[in-house]
Design a protein around this ligand. Structure first.
Ligand code: ATP
Length: 349
């Protein structure tokens, strides 16, 4: 099976080819190709109009590159034929949401065009569930709790009765967005997360508000306090260290509570903030202390990427979870708990 994936919810114009003999598990014959063209704002944060302009220019190019790659794979012994006109893919998976509407519309238009061109089915993927499933797939874990720590989101998911339930989530801004707003305030370019990680290494811990309410958490107070601290003359390295320790301790506390409440003994990490080494270490230590297993995918599968869209697309396609073009509208507020998890039953049968 060979699936084309297209991602473009915010900053990453990305296309992927995922080829596998069995979408239910990782095999030695799995092959993942990812081509990404990232939007980097000249100043400030992600501007929706500029991001959409970037998608309009970059999506056709990355998709063409991925299709060329799929043709090469098909020619190298794949099952879909190798001629210019024969379909080198079995289906087209695209990120349907959540994300920036103008960007999503460009992705969906490209996906529909490719599906029609090769006369293959369309698969509409929830971007946040893809952040989770790529970790579940690559870890081989059965039923993990997932911490999604990304730019625009932050939530803990657990599986029950055919759905991923939101066990806890941010009450205001996404975790990466909070970090990026702080770095914007001090004049650092986007994205701020990697810079905070770098500076925190040289800092002393500076106390910031720790806000966990039940299973939910809030980042806006931390962000305001961090800006204020720098304005008051606290060394920026110390504020970065304080942000990391505070935010990641909150996420670790709620992840631990989710493991405890669900009785699960597996945790996977998803999302661009998940690339942070300190967050991975805190989650890893917590899991080790309670005898649970922890898995963080490679960086290229943590930040936004079409590989995760193609991987979940393969599982959905195998489960017959495809959509007609007329029902393929985007959903910029697509929540993970709205998704009927069709593929896990198919994996078990
Ligand atoms: P979503 O998946 O919710 O749509 P997104 O589109 O913003 O989010 P991601 O690629 O998941 O994209 O995450 C991007 C975020 O990750 C940015 O806010 C960025 O600052 C943050 N980030 C990247 N690297 C690091 C790091 N090393 N430490 C902390 N944060 C990081």
């Amino acid at each position: 099976m060979r699936i084309l994936g297209i991602e473009g919810t915010a900053w990453a114009a990305s296309a992927s080819v995922f080829e596998t003999p069995d979408p239910a598990q990782v095999t030695d014959d799995d092959h993942v190709f990812i081509e990404t063209d990232a939007y980097a704002p000249d100043s400030g944060g992600i501007h929706p109009r500029e991001a959409a302009e970037h998608m309009g220019e970059a999506i056709p190019t990355v998709v063409k590159t991925a299709i060329k790659h799929a043709h090469e794979r098909a020619g190298a012994g794949g099952t879909n034929g190798s001629g210019e006109n024969s379909a080198p893919i079995d289906a087209v998976a695209f990120a349907r949401g959540p994300g920036l509407g103008p960007c999503l519309r460009i992705v969906a238009t490209a996906a529909r065009a490719v599906a029609q061109r090769f006369d293959v089915p369309l698969v509409g993927v929830n971007h946040m569930v893809a952040h989770l499933e790529v970790g579940r797939h690559r870890s081989g874990f059965d039923s993990p709790v997932c911490l999604n720590a990304s730019g625009a989101n932050a939530h803990i998911l657990g599986y029950r009765n055919g759905r991923y339930r939101v066990l806890g989530e941010t009450m205001d801004t996404g975790v990466g967005n909070a970090i990026d707003k702080f770095t914007r305030h001090i004049g650092w370019s986007h994205p701020g997360g990697p810079k905070v990680e770098q500076h925190a290494k040289d800092g002393e811990y500076h106390e910031l508000p720790y806000v966990v309410k039940g299973m939910d958490f809030s980042f806006s107070g931390i962000m305001s306090a961090a800006k204020q601290a720098v304005d008051d003359g606290v060394p920026v390295e110390d504020v970065c260290r304080g942000m990391e320790e505070t935010i990641f301790a909150m996420l670790t506390e709620v992840s631990e509570r989710a493991l405890s409440l669900t009785g699960a003994d597996e945790l996977v990490l998803g999302g661009g903030v998940g690339q942070n080494d300190r967050l991975q270490r805190m989650l890893g230590e917590m899991c080790e202390q309670r005898g649970a297993k922890f898995y963080a995918p490679e960086h290229r599968f943590l930040r936004d990427n079409a590989g995760m869209i193609a991987m979940l697309g393969a599982k959905m396609y195998a489960a017959g979870d495809t959509i007609p073009i007329e029902d393929s509208r985007i959903d910029s507020n697509f929540r993970p708990d709205e998704v009927a998890v069709t593929w896990r039953g198919a994996e078990e049968s």
